[in-house]
Design a protein around this ligand. Sequence first.
Ligand SMILES: Nc1ncnc2c1ncn2[C@@H]1O[C@H](COP(=O)(O)OP(=O)(O)OP(=O)(O)O)[C@@H](O)[C@H]1O
Ligand SMILES: CC(C)(CO)[C@@H](O)C(=O)NCCC(=O)O
Ligand SMILES: [K+]
Length: 253
Amino acid sequence: MLLAIDIGNTNIKLGLFCGGSLIKFSIALADSHLFGEGLGELIRQNAAAEKITAAMVSSVVPLLTGQICSALRPYLTGELHIVSHRTNTGLSYSLHHPERLGADRLVAAAWAYHHFGAPSAVIDFGTATTISVTGHSGVFIGGAIIPGLRTMARAFSEHTAALPLVELAMPLSALGKDTREAIISGIVYGTAGAVSRIIYEIEMEIGYNLKIAITGGNMPLIVPCLERVDVAEPDLLLKGLKQIYERMRQAWM
Ligand SMILES: Nc1ncnc2c1ncn2[C@@H]1O[C@H](COP(=O)(O)OP(=O)(O)OP(=O)(O)O)[C@@H](O)[C@H]1O
Ligand SMILES: CC(C)(CO)[C@@H](O)C(=O)NCCC(=O)O
Ligand SMILES: [K+]
């Protein structure tokens, strides 16, 4: 049984791959000290008979990586792999500093490139909204990072006197009739417009079209506003970690 862990800036997402099924569990970053307990409970409830034979970790929170890896050690019988640019993902990097690329973006790009078998972009609507682009022959060629939808909403409440913290929702109209509706329209249509413009500019620069995959906790809010989506995959990171694991295992055999 493979355990995949995606340590993001808001949540730690965990997936147990048992046979064909995926058991998921998510814990807020603020509760990271409860990770070991949560994992133990999950194993007792769902897969008592099975052992975790391997763990794959993607982390964009360096200070937590060691803590989480120590917490899962007692449940792990096999190897643990922390994904980096040195991992055998099938990708190569045309970047100024490949070692600084977020592991989540790297995993997402590897999943999309292998899923489509063609040049691709992954848009991840998480704490940040990221675009990660893979060109021909699996070269990670770059991308873009903008504030995530909820991060934008929080910035208003933290930096203005009159704007409240708005719980995001799907906009009913682009014409907001009160502050809440105006903020929702601005953030959701604004992000949809931003990603479509960025993809357009990238395709103009590279001279070919990209297949587009989307994921991330905020994806459901924005999906009706997006024009071009080839695949929407909520578990893209966890599935990407599994795919990389299988690739590594084949390389050992
Ligand atoms: N009650 C909530 N608590 C925390 N986040 C929430 C809540 N409701 C919605 N969200 C949104 O869901 C997003 C979570 O996205 P996701 O599941 O991709 O995890 P994440 O930790 O933000 O990932 P990453 O840091 O890798 O981008 C948050 O950024 C936030 O915008
Ligand atoms: C952009 C985030 C925060 C998105 O989770 C993460 O991928 C990250 O910390 N990246 C490092 C910088 C980069 O990817 O260029
Ligand atoms: K993300």
